[in-house]
Design a protein. Structure first.
Length: 77
């Protein structure tokens, strides 16, 4: 049960961090081509954001496991 809980927590942390890092380093193009949105970025840097998000998720999950974070303590009151 704890493995499944940590898996769900890691997915939740990953998505939260990904949406935090998603708007970083976004620059709209100066020359807009026909058929493209004005707000579409030149380079979204998704691979870098994916790697940073994954590394931070692993670090946060490591500390949660190290300090014994358990959701059963919250819901058993």
């Amino acid at each position: 049960m704890a493995v499944f809980t940590y898996f769900l927590i890691s997915i939740l942390i990953w998505w939260i961090l990904f949406f935090i890092f998603l708007p970083l380093k976004i620059k709209s193009p100066k020359k807009i081509e026909s058929g493209h949105a004005k707000s579409a970025p030149d380079k979204p840097y998704l691979l870098i954001k994916f790697i940073i998000t994954s590394l931070l998720t692993v670090i946060i999950l490591f500390f949660l496991i190290l300090f014994g974070f358990d959701l059963s303590n919250i819901f058993n009151k």
